[in-house]
Design a protein around this ligand. Structure first.
Ligand SMILES: [Zn+2]
Length: 223
C-alpha cells in the first residue's frame, strides 16, 4: 500500500517521472492519471458528489455536463479532467488529466484521490488493474443475479398463491382471481409464511449486494 501510494503520489505531484528503468533524464510526459477504487456499487449520486466536491474545490474546475452512468468530465479555463468507470461492485474509475491542465490538473487529481481515501477507498496501481478488472466482470455479473433475485423476492410479497389452482392474486385479495374460490385460514397462513420467507430473503440479498459494493479487495499478493 505504501509503495503504491508513493508511486501514484509521484505521478500526481510530480507529473513527470523517470522512464522505464529509471534512466536519468528520461522524462515521462504522458497524461497524468490515477485509478481509484471506491466502496460504492457504481457511479451513484453520492460518488458523483464526492468527486465533484473534491475536483471543484479549487482552481475553477466545473463539471462539464450532468451525471452519467459511466463517465464524467470537469473543465477549467485551460484544462480538462476525465473520469471513466472501469468496474462496478465496487466502483473502479480512472481519472485522467489532459496535458494542458498543468499543475491545476495534478492538484485536482490529488484532491480526488484524497477524497477516495477518506471514504475508505484506495488507489489501484497499473500492475494490479488487469487483475482487478477481470474480477470486476465476475462481481458485476454476481450483482446482476442478486438484483434479479431481489426483484423477484420483493414481487413475491405483493401477491398470494391459490392453494387450489396455484394461480396468483393480489396480496390482499379475499378471492382467487382465477378460480373465484374464497381464501380460507389455511390459505392466509400459507400466504403469511411465504411473505415472511420472501422478506427474509430480501434482507439477505440486500445485505449481500451492500457487501459486494463496499468490499474493498486488497491487492493480490505478488503484485
Ligand atoms: Zn384459485
Amino acid at each position: 500500500m505504501c509503495d503504491l501510494l508513493h508511486t501514484v503520489t509521484t505521478v500526481l505531484v510530480g507529473g513527470q517521472v523517470t522512464g522505464p528503468g529509471g534512466a536519468p533524464g528520461r522524462r515521462w510526459i504522458g497524461r497524468t492519471y490515477a485509478h481509484l477504487l471506491l466502496p460504492l456499487p457504481y457511479l451513484t449520486d453520492a460518488a458523483v458528489r464526492l468527486l465533484d466536491d473534491a475536483v471543484t474545490a479549487a482552481d475553477g474546475w466545473r463539471p462539464a455536463d450532468g451525471p452519467a452512468a459511466a463517465a464524467r468530465v470537469w473543465r477549467r479555463r485551460t484544462g480538462e479532467l476525465r473520469l471513466a468507470v472501469l468496474g462496478r461492485y465496487p466502483l473502479i474509475v480512472t481519472l485522467g488529466v489532459r496535458p494542458g491542465a498543468g499543475a491545476a490538473g495534478r492538484r485536482a487529481l490529488r484532491r480526488a484521490a484524497d477524497a477516495a481515501l477518506a471514504v475508505d477507498g484506495r488507489l489501484v496501481g497499473d500492475t494490479e488493474l488487469p487483475h482487478r478488472l477481470a474480477s470486476a466482470a465476475d462481481r458485476a455479473a454476481a450483482a446482476a443475479d442478486l438484483r434479479a433475485e431481489l426483484t423477484a423476492a420483493r414481487a413475491a410479497r405483493t401477491r398470494r398463491t391459490c392453494g387450489a389452482c396455484r394461480a396468483d392474486s393480489g396480496a390482499a385479495a379475499t378471492h382467487c382471481d382465477a378460480c373465484g374460490r374464497r381464501f380460507d385460514a389455511a390459505d392466509d397462513a400459507a400466504r403469511d409464511a411465504a411473505h415472511a420467507a420472501a422478506a427474509e430473503r430480501t434482507a439477505v440479498l440486500a445485505a449481500e449486494l451492500d457487501r459486494l459494493a463496499a468490499d474493498r479487495p486488497m491487492r493480490a499478493t505478488g503484485e
